[in-house]
Design a protein around this ligand. Sequence first.
Ligand SMILES: *Cc1c(COP(=O)(O)O)cnc(C)c1O
Length: 398
Amino acid sequence: MDYLALAKKYKTPLYIYDFDHIKAQYEKLKREFNARKSLICYAVKANSNLSLLKHIAALGGGFDCVSIGEVKRAILAGGSNYKIIYSGVGKSDEEIKEALNLDILMINLESYEEMLRVELIAKELNKKARISVRVNPNVDPKTHPYISTGLHKNKFGVSIDEARKIYLHAHKSDYLDPVGIHSHIGSQLSDISPVIEAANIVSSLLKELRAADIDIKFFDVGGGIGIRYKDENEPNLYEYAQGILAALKGQDATIICEPGRFIVGNSGELLTSVLYEKRNTNKRFVVVDAAMNDLLRPSLYEAYHEIVALKDGAKSPCDVVGPICESGDFLAKDIELPRLEHGDLLVIKSAGAYGYSMSSNYNTRGRAAQIAIESGKDRLIGQRESFEDMIRNEKEFI
Ligand SMILES: *Cc1c(COP(=O)(O)O)cnc(C)c1O
């Protein structure tokens, strides 16, 4: 890729997404489930760029959303309402109402209390709400604690007992239609055996519910497939799919999975320019024009992102840091880079997932521009945020 030309054309920091790689990842996963009815619902929060969503919708993908804003993004980008799932531990009445009016595939319930709210609102709208229940199977996903979601100590989902209660209530309700069952135990899993374990637990409940005449059509195993940032094992997709199929034990259901990171993580890079090098006594810092507001993962999870310099030379250790006024503002620590000068480019790898979508205006820095590369051609898919954009909501009040 001609990074120099891209930096000239679009400036930096710049998010670059490889749409061909996104397609390949999508198809690789979809293929594993070919023998069965399946739906890939891409997790919008990993990267919610509208053109990227449109690209996935065109491949036939659905969407897993965690706010009504994400639901509306998915629909705006051409997503089919009947392929949209709405999850999340705290949905407001307004969000529930909108989701019901948009006739999405299902609202994923995360508590008994939420079921009562959804039932009440569906009654007011005189609708029957298609719902699923997020089961928390109490399985340890063995990932970073901030991205573990499948243990009872995490806030997500309900226990098997609670789920059973919700299904029995929903089954009798005139305003609820239980159509799905769901679990999502965590993110960046390099060992997928906990997902299979969860699928087995959830599948037993599915069987029991069907015996009670509750006709669940969608078996949703969530997301969480890990990717390689450095030297992690990438899960074997064949084993993943076969494990899920085996867990279903021949029960006829449409399998849904909700990959986010797997689809976009290694499809994206963040291109940044060196502002200067500095030394505080013996410590070497490379100060760049991207920062934690552009890519929060290193600061938030101490996540590793490979950083490649587009220039050779003898390497020495350094921290790569942004201009933000926080010591936590770093993109890499103690990595080896050649001597760099103002204007040199660095490529921050594996930045497609939870990169731009976690970005902010902290320090009144505009969000980066975003481009797509498809069949060798580049195009702008997200304007760099201007000062005017950042003050729009406040300006009229001064
Ligand atoms: C975040 C999330 C996902 C996607 O997780 P990845 O690790 O990016 O695959 C899927 N489902 C739900 C409910 C989520 O909250």
